[in-house]
Ligand binder design. Structure first.
Ligand code: PBG
Length: 348
């Protein structure tokens, strides 16, 4: 295909003719000759400082237990949390998002905002040991704590949006009290960011940030997480509140609303199947944009790698690079510590 000057404004001054602007004068391969050259001209980077590592903390766990659906990812007892953060920090990871698996569930998910709740304790332990060296996000939701497994207050089998806001605000305040740097509302209730921002400000947590799961799709890729966190809904599904995979304009509306309501960072989730959404959000808004490479994405890559069907290391790097290239400033990924350990190593 001919490259015309119209598409190359930098050669539009007449100094180069259209004939010159092409092969054999131009050979893009010159910039691919060695890894050092490739690095010099690379457009996207991947750095451990951009990655957030999820931590599953299980109240009843006696020891670190591998999650069968997510080989290489563990549920931790509270006593192990600080050690896990320390190990990840050695690899250069300094941001974490904490998920709790409580021993007790009820209709209202009261464990999600208990002062002595499993997440509150885990956050406090991390912040006591690491202070500002660890940035702690808390997943602000109810599904791990409710007996029905839905993300809000259920009335007659339906999640009641406005009554759920009160509960989510309580969860956020309790997480801020425990020391979370950011709360991360993921329930997909309308108005949740506004309600949480107001509740945090009222309680004096003006500096606690909000990472909003703004465009969170109803996705089959959350399967392994729901087993890991024991948070699958007991009846129905989440399509009444999470987004429809067929929509992108709706995602832009969700992001806009969250920004107006006070989100500091907006997020698209899952990541790889929604790179178009991510890129559109990046293009349209000036807020930091996060992407969540979810459990199903992790497990697919991990299993294909373990089977030797793809080069595990290269596939992991390529997946995260693609998410950055599409527009993510930061990425939540279960690969965070592992990828950080080999990111810095020189290539061939
Ligand atoms: C809600 C929440 C979920 C995930 C993160 N926060 C589950 C859901 O919406 O069902 C999924 C993350 C993953 O799959 O890795 N608490």
């Amino acid at each position: 295909m001919a490259i015309t000057n119209a598409k190359c404004p930098q050669v539009d001054n007449g100094a180069m003719s259209e004939r010159v602007y092409g092969y054999p004068i131009l050979r893009p391969r010159r910039l691919r000759r060695s890894e050092n050259v490739r690095r010099l001209v690379s457009e996207t980077d991947l750095d451990p400082s951009k990655l957030i590592m999820p931590l599953f903390v299980r109240e009843s766990a006696q020891k670190k237990e591998e999650i069968p659906e997510m080989p290489g990812v563990y549920r931790l007892p509270l006593e192990q949390v600080v050690r896990e953060v320390e190990v990840a920090a050695e690899e250069g990871v300094n941001s974490f998002i904490v998920f709790g698996i409580p021993s007790y569930k009820d209709e209202l998910g009261t464990g999600a905002y208990a002062r002595e709740g499993v997440v509150q304790k885990a956050i406090a332990l991390i912040k006591q040991s690491f202070g500002d060296h660890a940035v702690v996000f808390a997943d602000t939701c109810l599904c791990e704590y409710t007996s029905h497994g839905h993300c809000g207050f259920v009335v007659g089998g339906v999640v009641d949006n406005d009554r759920s806001l009160e509960l989510l605000s309580k969860v956020a305040v309790s997480q801020a009290e425990a020391g979370a740097d950011f709360v991360s509302p993921s329930a997909m209730m309308d108005g949740q960011v506004k309600a949480i921002r107001e509740a945090l400000d009222k309680e004096g947590f003006r500096d606690t940030g909000i990472l909003a799961y703004s465009a969170k799709y109803a996705s089959s890729f959350y399967g392994p997480f729901r087993s890991a966190a024991q948070s699958a809904p007991k009846y129905g599904d989440r399509r009444g509140y999470q987004m429809d995979a067929r929509n992108v304009r709706e995602a832009l509306k969700e992001v806009e609303l969250d920004i107006r309501e006070g989100a500091d960072i907006v997020m698209v989730k899952p990541a790889m199947p929604y790179l178009d959404v991510l890129s559109e959000v990046r293009r349209r808004f000036n807020h930091p944009v996060a992407a969540y490479q979810v459990s199903g994405e992790y497990t697919m890559l991990r299993l294909a790698g373990r089977q030797g069907y793809v080069d595990e290391r290269l596939a992991i790097l390529e997946s995260l690079t693609s998410i950055r290239r599409a527009g993510a400033d930061l990425i939540i990924t279960y690969f965070a510590p592992e990828v950080s350990s080999f990111i810095q190593e020189p290539g061939d």
